[in-house]
Design a protein around this ligand. Structure first.
Ligand code: GRF
Length: 188
């Protein structure tokens, strides 16, 4: 099957680039993957440049131009549906999504903690500062509850005496491992 992917991002876009490198126009097992939509809510996002390296133009939809979350989500839904994506990947998309989105779009999200611990925007810092001996990353289905849908993949590591910078690096390295793996797992 040809699996069409939409990737939504807000900033750096390293996970977008990682998906492009590992899945875009690649055949893995019985499926071929194609990123059919790169969508961003921030015109300054570095991810836009990263997508260009793969000749992909990003659609920019600035949430500040919409009065309500629902109006913004309506446009996201429309663009995703037009793209005919089979799966939408939230890869550092820093918006809370309303039921307008979550009820209509089949999407997964990447989160830098071992969910259900440390939901929300400060996950890396909170998990670093916690007393826990392990930390990790999660990919989960998007539901109406923020960072709350069913977990698809998780990977943990021991914190030992890592500095914050080393810890953050480890988190991002694991994210780059599990996000493409999760996509492949969903379609196999
Ligand atoms: C990642 O840490 C992800 O877990 C979080 O946002 C970050 C995005 O990083 N949701 P990047 O923009 O893909 O580099």
């Amino acid at each position: 099957m040809l699996v069409k992917l939409a990737v939504l991002f807000s900033g750096n876009g390293s996970n977008l680039e990682n998906i492009l490198e590992k899945l875009h126009q690649k055949t893995i097992a019985k499926n071929s993957y194609e990123v059919v939509l790169c969508l961003c809510n921030n015109k300054e996002a570095l991810g836009i440049q990263r997508a260009k390296k793969y000749n992909l133009k990003s659609i920019i939809i600035d949430h500040k131009n919409y009065k309500t979350r629902e109006e913004f989500d309506e446009v996201l839904v429309q663009k995703i549906q037009e793209s005919k994506a089979d799966l939408t990947i939230l890869a550092g998309f820093m918006r809370i999504l309303s039921p307008v989105f979550t009820k209509q779009i089949k999407a997964i999200n990447l989160h830098p903690s071992l969910l259900p611990l440390f939901k929300g925007t400060n996950a890396i810092k909170q998990s670093y500062q916690s007393d826990m001996k392990v930390a990790g990353v999660s990919v989960h289905w998007v539901s109406e509850e923020l960072d709350g849908g069913e977990i698809i993949t998780q990977k943990a590591f021991e914190k030992h005496n890592l500095s914050f910078e080393q810890f953050e690096e480890k988190i991002h390295a694991l994210e780059h491992e599990i996000l493409p793996l999760s996509v492949v797992k969903i379609f196999s």
